[in-house]
Design a protein around this ligand. Structure first.
Ligand code: HEC
Length: 225
């Protein structure tokens, strides 16, 4: 077999296939296998999201109507779960990714490179990596813009970004132009993306307590060498 060149290439090819399967499949699997998948309750319980409370102040009537419990972890969990379902249903993932790769200076553009634990939760089922970037990556979108900006943007993207090809989502709003339940949910979800990172601004000194000892952070801390 080793007398011919093709024999050597065949063995080398199989060898490298086995090596890449080991290095990129089995080794990461053994490292990450013990990670528990987090539930919505755990994610919401990691700490109150500043922007969720801000929505309650900004749109008190609509908030009260759709989240009668007020600014609680239960309401937050409900909004997050619904927001993620809308993100899937509206196919936002056709145009947006949720993964910062360690190449092409992506971390300079969007923020810290993604790590495995971020995807080990129920809001990443199905995993929303996405494949195309017609619009920017969104996994670090939280707190980058104000709620007001997002409201104006979802209502009509071209009002804020004249060259945008993003569709307008009028059905996130009621007849008077205020966000309805879907609107409040997708806003909460978008603002939540990246909120588990240390870099996320927590508006120290005002508003709700930052999620210092949240479940998500514990997972992240566990990932540090
Ligand atoms: C046809 C492709 C397309 C679809 C579908 C789409 N977007 Fe976009 N999105 C874009 C483009 C292009 C931009 C950049 C221009 C702009 O800001 O409008 C953008 C920008 C954004 C931004 C602002 C990012 C920033 O900080 O500048 C957010 C947030 C966003 N999209 C969320 C969503 C959500 C949520 C959905 C689904 C409900 C969605 N998009 C659907 C193309 C799309």
């Amino acid at each position: 077999m080793f007398e011919t060149k093709s024999g050597v290439f065949l063995i080398a090819g199989l060898g490298f296939f086995a090596l890449s399967f080991l290095v990129m499949g089995l080794v990461p699997w053994t490292i990450q296998a013990g990670q528990k998948e987090q539930t919505v309750e755990q994610l919401a319980g990691a700490g109150m999201l500043h922007e969720f409370a801000d929505l309650a102040e900004r749109f008190p009537k609509q908030f009260q109507q759709h989240f009668p419990d007020g600014v609680t972890t239960k309401s937050l969990g409900e909004a997050l779960a619904m927001g993620k379902n809308i993100y899937v249903a509206e196919a936002c993932w056709h145009c947006h990714t949720q993964q910062i790769r360690p190449v092409s200076n992506e971390d300079r553009r969007w923020g810290p490179v993604s790590f495995a634990q971020e995807y080990q939760n129920i809001l990443q089922r199905p995993v929303l990596f996405g494949t195309r970037r017609v619009g920017p990556d969104l996994i670090r979108e939280g707190a980058r813009r104000s709620n007001d900006w997002h409201v104006a943007h979802f209502y009509e993207p071209r009002n804020v970004v004249p060259t945008s090809v993003m569709p307008s989502y009028r059905w996130f709003f009621d007849e008077e132009g205020y966000p309805n339940k879907r609107g409040l949910a997708i806003l909460t979800y978008v603002q939540w993306l990246g909120s588990w990172l240390d870099e996320y601004p927590y508006y120290y000194g005002e508003g709700p307590t930052p999620p210092v000892e949240g479940a998500v952070r514990d997972a992240k801390a566990g990932s540090k060498p």
